[in-house]
Design a binder for this molecule. Structure first.
Ligand code: PGA
Length: 256
């Protein structure tokens, strides 16, 4: 069965005490819920909080922790970098790779993304790899071909036996942090294409990869998006900073 995932990307927000309180509130609320075996909530704090937040998740079956980025390098003289191995050794299980903010603000190319995917998978992490078009491609009607090309670079970086460690997040850049969400139809069109490409490349194994939607997903629109075939959950930015909003989005995952 495919995993259903709601992942909260906290980005560069919150003081350490506030971050720990947020994690603790989410953990406590989840502990009172009946949650299907294939559902996961993932919280993704800034690096310095990783180990203490991971510790908050250790008692919970359905709450996991991740990092927002990792180095493409394995170890050594790379001042300021954090390796996938370090993330894994802190007890985190996920890492976001190729978020559009990394790509546009920090110059991450498809080649760097590809090397980061390799580093993450070699360390046993699950990579949430982000792809998605900007408004320029969307307006030109080139969103499908643009995303297909990004997806090809991702698939070229992942051997079939590692597919269980890959999650794809479709995040249209024009929808991130803007309050403008892709409609279920718009997201569904791209998710269907991504699924088809995965199945064309990996056959049945491609049908087990979880595909998340990201971009201004909130408690009011999550259920409609998660009701679409091939949308297996969400990567949530702004709305993941409030426990009740994040939990409401998690509750919007369809239970069938
Ligand atoms: P948003 O961010 O939910 O604030 O739009 C999503 C993301 O960047 O992953």
């Amino acid at each position: 069965m495919r995993k259903k995932i709601v992942a909260g990307n906290w980005k560069m927000n919150k003081s350490f005490p506030d971050a720990v309180s947020l994690a603790a509130e989410i953990a406590k609320e989840l502990s009172h819920k009946v949650i299907p075996a294939n559902f996961e909530a993932v919280i993704i704090p800034p690096f310095p909080y990783l180990r203490p937040i991971a510790e908050v998740t250790f008692g919970s079956t359905h709450l996991l922790c991740g990092a927002q980025n990792c180095s493409s390098e394995r170890s050594g003289a790379f001042t300021g970098e954090v390796s996938a191995e370090m993330i894994s050794s802190c007890g985190a299980e996920y890492v976001i790779i190729g978020h559009s903010e990394r790509r546009t603000l920090f110059g991450e190319t498809d080649e760097i993304v590809s090397r980061k995917i390799g580093a993450a998978l070699d360390s046993g992490l699950i990579a949430i790899v982000c792809i998605g078009e900007s408004s320029k491609e969307r307006k030109a009607g080139q969103h499908l071909s643009f995303v297909k090309n990004q997806l090809k670079q991702v698939m070229d970086s992942v051997a079939e036996e590692m597919l269980g460690h890959l999650v794809i997040a479709y995040e249209p850049v024009w929808a991130i942090g803007t309050g403008e969400t892709a409609s279920p139809e718009q997201a569904g069109e791209v998710h269907a294409m991504i699924r088809q490409e995965l199945v064309d490349r990996y056959e049945e194994a491609g049908s087990y990869v979880s595909l998340l939607y990201g971009g201004s997903c909130n408690p009011s629109n999550a259920a409609a998006l998660f009701g679409v075939k091939d949308i297996d959950g969400g990567l949530i930015g702004g709305a993941s900073l409030k426990a009740q909003d994040f939990l409401a989005i998690f509750d919007a995952l369809p239970h069938h």
